[in-house]
Design a protein around this ligand. Structure first.
Ligand SMILES: *Cc1c(COP(=O)(O)O)cnc(C)c1O
Length: 370
């Protein structure tokens, strides 16, 4: 007896994955070719070119890790940190906490800059941390904290980090291709993102990029990178165009999908895409507030594509309401994490899920249920 599995048609408005464009799904269904086939190698070069453009970087060491965003996070940290190194990690939600956890596992001494969830790290906090740890190997921040919906300003902090000759490491999983992000202009030295948020490709791939300064640090390591799979010295040769050497077998179909998702970004244009996320956010915000939802994050630091909101007073059981949305309306929204579990919703309008129609569907369903 064979099992059949037919996933329902959902509208994905949570913290990821987001809805995929039909062209992306079609690309994924293309026949397999070998990962060393010249056609595949050529397509990987195009992926690299488009990732550079989407990051607004000229960094040559830009490629895609064959694993989800979490592996991109681990790639950045395990390659730049050695046992005994000191680093500063900013924590204002789940993902900053994870970076600290990985850095500790690298044997680094981690100075944590802790900020209440929903707020962002200030320049003053970085200045204070640099007094305690004047020569950190790196300073890491989450640009878009998906657990809270806060958008971290980076430009001024970048200057402070470079004044002490340290590296700026940024988690851009939820900001990439949704809000302004300028890797070279902002002096970001190591950055990772994911395929399934604003890019609207299937989960499981992580574009990354490293500045020449980061490469210098990498080349001067005294110890081997403790992870074989994520060691940039080895994996970078896999993305070295015609010279590419076998490292692992790329998830061929997922890379097809990523290639098409990046094509869609290039066709729309980065600036237009940023604008679309902001405009749909403003519309969603107006409608949610009219229904009695309240935003968690101050307007100034609100992430447009991930809306964290407290529920209206009269809703006693948020989980039951989310279940009704999913089961009766096929709409997925996210619940809160950590201290916010049971208290907030996280409504994603990312990539293909970022349309007025999605907002109308959600608001219409909520009006009917409430
Ligand atoms: C989703 C997310 C990740 C992890 O990405 P996965 O693809 O789930 O591994 C890391 N950081 C942030 C900010 C995220 O939103």
């Amino acid at each position: 007896m064979a099992y059949t599995f037919n996933p329902p048609k959902r509208y994905l408005m949570g913290p990821g994955p987001s809805d995929a464009h039909p062209r992306v799904l079609k690309a994924m269904a293309s026949p397999l070719i070998g990962h060393l086939d010249p056609h595949f190698v050529n397509m990987m070069d195009e992926v690299k070119d488009m990732v550079q453009k989407a990051f607004l970087t000229k960094n040559n060491l830009t490629f895609v890790v064959s694993a989800p965003g979490s592996a991109g996070m681990e790639t950045c940290l395990v390659n730049l940190l050695e046992p005994g190194d000191e680093c500063i990690i900013c924590i204002n939600g789940v993902f900053g906490g994870r970076m600290a956890e990985i850095a500790e596992r690298c044997g680094a001494k981690v100075h944590k800059v802790i900020t209440p969830w929903g707020k962002v790290t200030s320049e003053q906090q970085i200045k204070d941390a640099l007094k305690e740890c004047p020569k950190p190997k790196l300073v890491a921040l989450v640009h878009a904290e998906t657990s809270t919906g806060a958008l971290q300003p980076l430009e001024e902090i970048s200057k402070l980090v470079h004044e002490v000759d340290s590296l700026l490491v940024v988690d851009a999983v939820t900001s990439f291709c949704g809000v302004p992000l300028k890797v070279d202009e902002w002096g970001i030295d190591a950055i990772y993102t994911g395929s399934q948020k604003n890019l609207s490709a299937p989960p499981g791939l992580s574009p990354v990029s490293f500045s020449p300064r980061a490469i210098e640090v990498l080349e001067n390591r005294k110890t081997k990178v403790q992870s074989w799979f994520l060691d940039l010295n080895l994996v970078k040769n896999y993305w070295a165009g015609a010279k590419r050497a076998y490292h692992h077998t790329a998830p061929v179909s997922a890379v097809f999908a990523l290639h098409e998702a990046l094509n869609l970004v290039m066709e729309e244009g980065l600036e237009n895409r940023w604008k679309r996320h902001y405009e749909v956010h403003e519309y969603l915000q107006k409608e949610l507030e009219a229904l009695g939802f309240r935003y968690l994050v101050d307007k100034e630091h609100r992430l447009p594509n991930l809306n964290s909101v407290y529920l209206p007073e009269n809703v006693k059981d948020e989980a039951a309401l989310r279940n009704t949305l999913l089961n009766d309306f096929n709409i997925e929204v996210g619940g809160g994490l950590g201290d916010f579990a049971g208290k907030i919703w996280r409504i994603g309008i990312m990539g293909e899920s970022c349309t007025h129609n999605h907002v109308n569907m959600l608001i219409g369903a909520l009006k009917e249920i409430l």
